[in-house]
Design a protein around this ligand. Structure first.
Ligand code: GTP
Ligand code: MG
Length: 257
């Protein structure tokens, strides 16, 4: 197998849609054997045919009912429950015979706090790493970014994820087709030279004016080895661009190119 890519990101950032689009792109353009895994126990509708679906084991509705939890608490509980049945999950396809697949794409729930706060996520990711090169892609919804402060705070969730899980996280900025010029300008700065975001927040006051430069300097440091990708599902060139960044991150052997 070549690699496993895990799409994470805030609610609505485009994980499920990208799981479908990237999977289809890999099949059509690279002729690869792709398995799309649904790890979102709260998913109502999937636009792809999963080769493994966590809802066969655990659903948010059942957890809410059985444990008397609200939807967000149920997602936190779900991570604990998934970690408890990880042995069983690893005996299912595609994890039991990873060599049968070229790429495994894992779609995850939008409750990012379940990833960032629960200790079990590190163990779950460790199980994936044990069977194949695993990259985590953190999706940032560009339609949520109106100011430089929005861009920095969104970026920071990805930094926390990287620190927490200890695997390189590849930032992917989604929904490029929704950007107007002003917002595209902010995103371009975030991607190419985050230090320039300081220009936009120069007149902020109080604690914000102290903290934002520090956050920007961490943003610069944490851009990491992999360049952020700006994509739209309506633009197949941007999906190709994403592919090469993921591929580069996952695999030094070059057997997919
Ligand atoms: N315009 C535009 N819309 C997009 C793009 N990608 C996803 N969307 C839309 O964004 C919305 C949310 O997409 P999903 O794929 O469900 O997002 P998600 O991250 O899986 O959401 P949760 O599972 O609820 O966290 C849907 O209406 C998608 O059609 C894109 O590139 N451009
Ligand atoms: Mg989804």
């Amino acid at each position: 197998m070549s690699y496993i890519v895990v799409f994470t990101g805030p609610a609505g950032s485009g994980k499920t849609t990208l799981t479908r689009t990237y999977g289809e792109w890999l099949r059509t353009n690279m002729f690869l054997n792709v398995c799309q895994v649904n790890m979102d126990p709260g998913a109502e509708f999937l636009p792809y045919e999963p080769c493994m679906d966590i809802r066969e084991f655990i659903t948010i509705k059942d957890i809410m009912r059985e444990h008397g939890l609200g939807p967000n608490g149920a997602f936190m509980k779900a991570v604990e429950m998934i970690s408890q049945i990880m042995d069983k999950i690893m005996r299912e396809q595609p994890f039991n015979e990873p060599e049968n697949w070229d790429v495994i794409i894992v779609d995850t729930p939008g409750q990012l706090e379940a990833f960032i706060f629960r200790p079990e996520t590190r163990e779950i990711m460790g199980r994936l790493q044990a069977i194949g090169r695993t990259v985590i892609s953190y999706l940032i919804d560009s339609s949520m970014i109106r100011t430089s402060t929005d861009a920095i705070t969104m970026w920071f969730l990805g930094v926390l994820l990287q620190v927490k899980i200890g695997i390189d996280v590849i930032p992917v900025i989604t929904k490029a087709d929704t950007l107007d010029k002003a917002r595209e300008n902010i995103i371009r700065k975030l991607i190419t030279s985050p230090e320039k975001l300081l220009e936009d927040i120069g007149d902020s006051e109080g604690i914000v004016s102290d903290i934002l430069p520090e956050l920007i300097s961490i943003t610069v440091k944490t851009r990491g080895a992999y360049r952020p990708v700006l994509i739209s599902i309506n633009n197949s060139e941007s999906v190709e661009d994403l592919h090469y960044v993921l591929h580069e991150a996952a695999c030094s052997c070059g057997d997919l190119t």
